[in-house]
Design a protein around this ligand. Structure first.
Ligand code: NAD
Ligand code: UFG
Length: 344
């Protein structure tokens, strides 16, 4: 089963993992997707096969907390790098079920690192880790640089801060263990084919998936959480990033590590903040649909403004987001209108 350029994607059937699999194949890598499907749909695999062909990737149903499964995949495919996506990611749920979040997210990372180090005697396997802008909490200033203070405000965010610390400690103990920690801002949109995209379970927590469901009339209107934020139009400002740009950022990170470069922590964002009202307008224009909305009180825990200083990604990885808000909305709409009930 040995494959040249095999890359293991834990959580590879999820939203970002499935899009990254496409970019990896396009760049000449062989993705090996490990997932337990706790927050994804097996039918994404059929779509990937339609897009990429049967032989372009492999799939293993397994729990990322199971170290022996990971060791087995690393050795049988001769994996050169792991992208560790597998995690639970719902902020609100993490407040209600903190132990489940710490157990799943941090145990999975430990298993990956232990699996990597168990075969490190023979060769090096590099790690790309999915962190999040959530580690910054409410920032003192924007754009946010990688050296900004870390102020997690919920258990999910803590799992990411702890994950980063685990990786840094392991690097200090074993300098041969090299990793790129990617702090994503707000991934949105879908693959240009409209065949894969984000499929939230239940009521979407995040803005773009909610807007998409309003556009296909699955939801009556969008609640805009607050109109009195200290922003130009009073609504929250975020750094929305096309998921295919994010996917390509992972390819750059793998290329970078395989070229022998040193470990880094890097923001992946566009560097531009957009308000909720701007996003509604852009989506309405791209889709031709009216997006009814009502202002409601602020959501607890929300912040006013969050966007990246993305200069380090440019200088270190040679990565810069290529797609603007219009493409994010057009591609999200193509996916949502073609698949109103997701992969069903
Ligand atoms: P997702 O839920 O769509 O994908 C995660 C995948 O991991 C799912 O397919 C899920 O079934 C799988 N998974 C979870 N725990 C697992 C385990 N123990 N074993 C095997 N598989 C497991 O989420 P996503 O949006 O693709 O996010 C990917 C990563 O990026 C996560 O680590 C997330 O925290 C991080 N991230 C996401 C965002 C975002 O807004 N989407 C922002 C910043 C960071
Ligand atoms: N918003 C609404 N109505 C909604 C949903 C969101 O007005 O129904 C607003 C929010 O108040 C915020 C903006 O839209 O101003 C974006 O909200 P999201 O929930 O889409 O994104 P967040 O930036 O709040 O959080 C997301 C993930 C976090 C992650 C963070 C950075 O939920 O886990 O992006 O990556 F850490």
């Amino acid at each position: 089963m040995t494959k040249p350029n095999a890359v293991l994607l834990t959580g590879g059937a999820g939203y970002i993992g499935s899009h990254t699999a496409i970019s990896l194949v396009q760049a000449g890598y062989f993705p090996v997707l490990l997932d337990n499907f706790c927050n994804s749909d097996r039918r994404v695999l059929g779509r990937l096969k339609q897009l990429l062909g049967d032989q372009a990737f492999a799939v293993q149903e397994a729990d990322a907390c199971d170290q022996s499964q990971i060791v087995q995949l690393l050795t049988s495919f001769d994996v050169t790098a792991v992208i560790h996506f597998a995690a639970l990611k719902a902020v609100g749920e993490s407040v209600v079920q903190p132990l489940r979040y710490f157990e799943n997210n941090n145990q999975a990372l430990l298993s990956v690192l232990k699996a990597i180090s168990s075969i490190a005697k023979d060769r090096y396997i590099h790690l790309v880790y999915s962190s999040s802008a959530t580690v910054y909490g409410d920032p003192d200033q924007v754009p946010i640089t990688e050296s900004a203070a870390l102020r997690p405000t919920n258990p999910y965010a803590w799992t990411k801060v702890i994950g980063e610390q685990i990786i840094l400690a392991q690097q200090q103990a074993n300098p041969s263990c090299r990793a790129v920690i990617l702090r994503y801002f707000n991934p949105v949109g879908a693959h240009e084919s409209g065949m894969i995209g984000e499929q939230p379970q239940g009521v979407p927590n995040n803005l773009m998936p909610y807007v998409q469901q309003v556009a296909v009339r699955k939801r009556e209107y969008l609640s805009v959480f607050g109109q009195d934020w200290p922003t130009p139009d009073g609504t929250g400002v975020r750094d929305y990033l096309h998921v295919m740009d994010l996917a390509e950022g992972h390819v750059k990170a793998v290329d970078y590590l395989l070229a022998g470069e040193r470990s880094e922590i890097i923001n992946l964002g566009t560097g531009t903040g957009r308000s909720v009202l701007e996003l509604i307008r852009a989506f309405s224009q791209a889709s031709g649909q009216d997006i009814p909305y009502r202002f409601t009180p602020r959501r607890p825990g929300d912040i006013a403004v969050c966007y990246a200083d993305s200069s380090k990604a440019v200088s270190v990885l040679g990565w810069r987001a290529q797609r603007g808000l219009e493409a994010m909305c057009t591609d999200a709409w193509r996916w949502q209108s073609g698949n109103p009930d997701g992969y069903v």
